[in-house]
Design a protein around this ligand. Structure first.
Ligand SMILES: C=C(O[C@@H]1C=C(C(=O)O)C=C[C@H]1O)C(=O)O
Length: 380
């Protein structure tokens, strides 16, 4: 086989934050068999780490619909690998890989008009009392004229947004789940617990004056502050039973390459030092940032309107070590690469509450999709 047609090599599992990065070779790791519900998976992760011994981590991705009975029949199992990682810095994990980037084109998905109509349907349902907040996502399918070079794509994602956590999870069918998330679901360092929920967004502008004005507008937007408060309240309520106390900061505007968000730091102190990061992450998931509120009816409504499962999008990606320390992120600004490395499925969503405007939601999801589209160099 000539080099031009060689199957792309499977990338390692990578979680690269602004300051450090974890790299795990799937060939030297053990996959945790997913037993289903959140507690059973957290138990399985703790057990696998104890059995492995040494400085191992459990790292990987949990699908959006994890453990939800009667939900998306196509939901994949959690993909969590246990092994000895290489710890490095961002550049060490995501080097600039020379090579030919394929050309990607849009082949299917939910266009702006269709998404606007779906948002209007959700607004009607909200007005009828179906839920308070629904997070509605739209899908975009791309095809390439050659195999994706995952390492090069990850490098471009990292270069564009130095604050994002860039991730890559090789799946057991040869597919890859990857992205650059701005949102920390939960981190545990000893007894210290930290979360940084995001919700409420406005696309950035290339004009610095207009960009700054948008950030100020977002910080004062009643609709966005309301949308944001659902998430913070839920995170605090969920963490409270696990913690001796929980502290909540003030919302601030958080910058990503393409979008402004409202974000609030939440910190707590663990009651039981045996509670690992994965258990906390699975207890929190899905927060209203991706699942809406109240969770059951909001997720059911989103699923009915979206019509397709989300797979790993809006699930969780992260890691935990044998001491229970770890970091989990909300798996947004992400894409699923098919095993042939030539098809990508992207998703982006936004919170809908009473007062949301369909056209604005389209612009917001367009801006969120650009995180991955920019790195693929898809211009329109
Ligand atoms: C659902 C997404 O993002 C989430 C939804 C947000 C919102 O509704 O404003 C903001 C940040 C994320 O928590 C996404 O990027 O797909």
């Amino acid at each position: 086989m000539s080099a031009a047609h060689a199957a792309p090599t499977t990338p390692p599992l990578i979680l690269a934050g602004p300051h450090d990065a974890l790299v795990l070779d799937p060939r030297a790791a053990v996959a945790v068999s997913d037993p289903g519900g959140p507690d059973a998976l957290a138990d399985a992760v703790d057990r696998a780490l104890a059995d492995h011994g040494g400085p191992a981590v459990a790292a990987g991705a949990v699908p959006f619909d994890h453990g939800r009975v009667g939900s998306d029949a196509q939901a994949p199992p959690a993909r969590i690998l246990v092994g000895r990682p290489r710890w490095t810095d961002r550049d060490g994990a995501l080097p600039d890989v020379p090579g030919h980037a394929p050309v990607w084109r849009r082949v299917a998905g939910v266009g702006g008009l269709r998404h606007a109509r779906r948002v209007a349907r959700v607004l009607d349902a909200l007005a009828g009392g179906a839920a308070e907040k629904v997070v509605l996502a739209r899908r975009l399918d791309l095809a390439a004229d050659g195999p994706a070079e995952v390492r090069a794509l990850l490098h471009r994602l990292a270069r564009r947004d130095p604050a994002a956590t860039v991730f890559c999870v090789p799946l057991d069918d040869g597919g890859v789940f990857l992205g650059a998330t701005p949102e920390l679901l939960v981190a545990r360092t000893g007894p210290q617990v930290t979360a940084h929920p995001l919700a409420g967004s406005l696309p950035r502008s290339t004009d610095p004056t207009e960009d700054a004005a948008r950030a100020r507008r977002l910080a004062r937007s009643d609709k966005d502050l309301r949308e944001h408060a659902y998430v913070v309240d839920d995170v605090v309520q969920t963490l409270r039973p696990w913690c001796t106390h929980v502290e909540v900061g003030e919302p601030t505007v958080v910058r990503t390459e393409r979008v402004w968000h409202l974000g609030t730091p939440v910190t707590g102190r663990l009651r039981d030092p045996g509670t690992g990061a994965t258990r906390l992450a699975l207890a929190l998931h899905p927060t209203p940032a991706v699942g809406g509120t109240p969770t059951g009816p909001a997720v059911a409504l989103a699923r009915a309107v979206e019509g397709r499962g989300r797979g790993y999008y809006a699930g969780a990606v992260g890691w935990q070590d044998a001491s229970g320390d770890g970091r989990w992120y909300v798996a947004i600004r992400s894409a699923h690469l098919a095993p042939d490395a030539r098809r990508l499925t992207l998703h982006a969503g936004g919170g809908i509450v009473a007062g949301s405007d369909p056209a604005t939601e389209v612009t917001e999801t367009d801006a969120k999709l650009r995180t991955v589209l920019d790195a693929l160099e898809v211009r329109s």
